[in-house]
Design a protein around this ligand. Sequence first.
Ligand code: ADP
Length: 236
Amino acid sequence: MSEPIIETENLTKRFGALVANDSISISVDRGEIRGVIGPNGSGKTTFFNNLTGFYTPDEGAVRFNGVDITGWEPHRIAREGMARTFQIVSPFRNMTVTENLLAVDAPDSVDNKRERAQEILEFLEIDHIADNDAEGMSGGQQKLLELGRVLMLDPDCILLDEPSAGVNPALEKRILEHIQELNDQGTTFVMVEHDMDVMRTIADTVTVLDQGKIIAEGSFDDVTGNDRVREAYLGR
Ligand code: ADP
């Protein structure tokens, strides 16, 4: 068995008396699409921030590809191969779509940034707007650009924060197809997503958080049939 791509051990983050991530131990296999769900305030965003260096956990450890990356700066973690998108996307608005990709601090594995940018724009089917200002893009196109910026990092693993939120159904379908295709090529995904249809379709394994803790893990059908999960969503 190959080692997990992401492994956390008792990852804990407190805000004063509130324990936003409470001793989270998770193991994500290489090549998975892992879904993370849970009611509002259950700690999903904090978990992403802990994984990607935007927060330093109070306790516990994060290993990525077997390397202990706990406490590393976000940009070093990204260059190591774990990249993320944000729920609220923010392209550089005074730049073109291509310039937004070229602005990424790509690792040495990307030896020709301009070529790579062009490939990514073609893959995402936004090459026709390569020279447009990012300013005028729709919300959905901005999500594609955000994914494109992440792909410039040539990542092994991508953390997606609500890839389908605010995106029209046609574009949502395309985004999901791109995720699936990248996954077929070997990219691991960890995804927070509120749309349960999306989760059912795309996630191999789902981890459920409630009040900062993992309360269930398994296939979509298993976890959504779990009484504790139902209670977490309906009970409060
Ligand atoms: P989710 O993404 O599942 O909605 P969050 O990780 O955003 O949950 O939040 C988990 C808990 O931590 C919530 O109670 C939230 O209010 C709290 N929290 C998140 N970020 C901060 C912060 N920077 N300062 C104080 N409390 C925070």
